[in-house]
Design a protein around this ligand. Sequence first.
Ligand SMILES: [Zn+2]
Length: 186
Amino acid sequence: MNEIPAPKPQEAHLQFHYYPSDSLTKPCEPCPDDFYETFKASHVHDLMMWCTKLHGYAIAANQVGINQQFFFLLRGPKLPKDSPQFIINPEIVDESKDTISFRETCLSLPNFTAAIRRSERFTLLYNDGLDKGTRKELKCRGLLARIIHHEVSHLKGRLITDEVSPFAKDDADKYLKALAKSVGQQ
Ligand SMILES: [Zn+2]
C-alpha cells in the first residue's frame, strides 16, 4: 500500500476523506433552499483545491466531510467546455438500458481500480448555484456520464467497491480490509 498523502491544513480548511471514513458511506442530505446563503465560499475553494491536487475529474462533498448533495466537476480537456462546475442536488433520470463496463478509480480509495458497469447515457437534473432554484438539465454520455454517475453514487454513500461485479467482490473486500488496517496503524 502506498503512502496516503497527508492533508495540509494551511492549504485547505476541510480535510480530504479516505476510506474508512464514515462520511463516505452515509447518504448525503439534499441541500436546503437557503444553501446559497449559508454555504461558505471557502468550501468551494477547498473542493477545487483537493480535486486539482489529487488529479481528480471531480470531487463529492462527502469526500471533504460535508454531508450534503453536491459535487465539483473540474473542467478538463476531455470534458465538454461548457460542462457545469458545481452540481447541486443531482438526480439521474432517463437512464439508457444500454450499459457499458469501464475501469474506474476513486480518490478516496488509493491504488484501487475495477471495471464498473453503468448506464451508457442519461439525463441529469441539477442546480448549478448560479440561477437560484432553477432546475437545469444535462444530457450525459461518454466520460462525462461516467464521472457524474460516480459522483452521484458518492452522494448516496456508495463507493466503487460497492459497484464491482460479483466476481471482483472478494478482491474489493480484501482491498478495503487492508486499507482500513493500514489507516488504523498510522
Ligand atoms: Zn470517487
